[in-house]
Design a protein around this ligand. Structure first.
Ligand code: CAA
Length: 251
């Protein structure tokens, strides 16, 4: 993990296994993200994979292969990943290559996802005799809709970065060498905003995925009103009226 100008960069580094996500990686990545969430100097988090071949080629099949039901159930197999859900700060996935199975699911756990032109995405779990276990059956349908979710999960078809962008799985595609500069540019733009306001926006959007529209709108309204308790609302609007750049204090 490195931090750069208020951005925490987490790099999955298991090149010998195409950055496959074993339990140690899960533990480290989730704990580090939670740590960064509590660090006031960090304002956004980027997750990427080492090298240009793989973001993450899925959960570690060597680790999964010998599990039986009792071990999976009692050991809460893959449940560690749910810890990322509690992170308030924005998490950006910079997808640098294969995002397969759990790798594609990790992309969907993030708030913003951008990819290099050579990145590919798939949910190949059915070919391994299991269903996805890091959220794809739930997040894919909410991200790309039923038709594409069924297609990806039932066929395991690999899709390109361009198709992933077109279907809304990611928001931008850039040349490989531009991936981290673009990820940092996005993160720095977020970092300039008021941290509690950014957290409120993220929270409302995530809430919207889980509740009926009327409840989501009510939730947004209350969170919007609560912004007026912040000095940052005063600073932001005063700066606009005085034609100056806003300075936020996270208060
Ligand atoms: N788990 C463990 N090891 C993996 C891995 C994975 N998911 N993916 C790749 N590796 C390992 C390979 O076993 C190989 O190791 P060895 O040299 O020790 O044999 C090394 O990484 C390099 O891989 P390949 O030789 O296969 O590289 P390739 O370029 O020929 O193929 C690939 C690349 C197409 C990504 C291929 O490696 C592949 O299909 N990987 C598995 C993808 C997959 O099925 N992912 C889903 C996992 S299950 C899951 O994620 C469940 C869930 O919902 C959470």
């Amino acid at each position: 993990m490195v931090t750069l100008e208020g951005v925490g960069i987490l790099t999955v580094t298991r090149p010998e296994a195409l950055n496959a996500l074993n339990s140690e990686v899960a533990q480290q990545l989730v704990e580090t993200a939670k740590g960064l969430d509590g660090d006031r100097s960090v304002r956004a988090i980027i997750i990427t994979g080492q090298g240009s071949k793989a973001f993450a080629a899925g959960a570690d099949i060597k680790e999964l292969a010998s599990q039986n039901y009792s071990q999976a159930y009692n050991g809460r197999l893959l449940e560690t990943w749910r810890g990322l859900d509690g992170v308030r700060k924005p998490i950006l996935a910079a997808v640098n290559g294969f995002a397969l199975g759990g790798g594609c699911e990790l992309v969907m756990m993030c708030d913003i996802a951008i990819a290099s032109e050579t990145a590919t995405f798939s949910q190949p779990e059915l070919s391994l005799g299991v269903i996805p276990g890091m959220g794809a059956t739930q997040r894919l349908i909410r991200t790309v809709g039923k038709a594409k979710a069924m297609d990806m999960i039932l066929t395991g078809r690999r899709i390109t970065a361009a198709e992933a962008e077109q279907m809304g799985l990611i928001s931008r595609v850039v040349p490989q060498e531009q991936l981290m500069p673009e990820a940092l540019k996005i993160s720095r733009a977020i970092a300039k905003c008021s941290a509690p306001v950014v957290a409120k926006a993220k929270d409302c959007i995530k809430r919207g995925l889980e509740v009926p529209l009327s409840e989501g709108l009510r939730y947004e309204m209350r969170e919007f009103w609560s912004c007026f308790a912040l000095q940052d609302q005063k600073n932001g609007m005063a700066a606009f009226l005085q034609k100056q750049n806003p300075v936020f204090t996270d208060g």
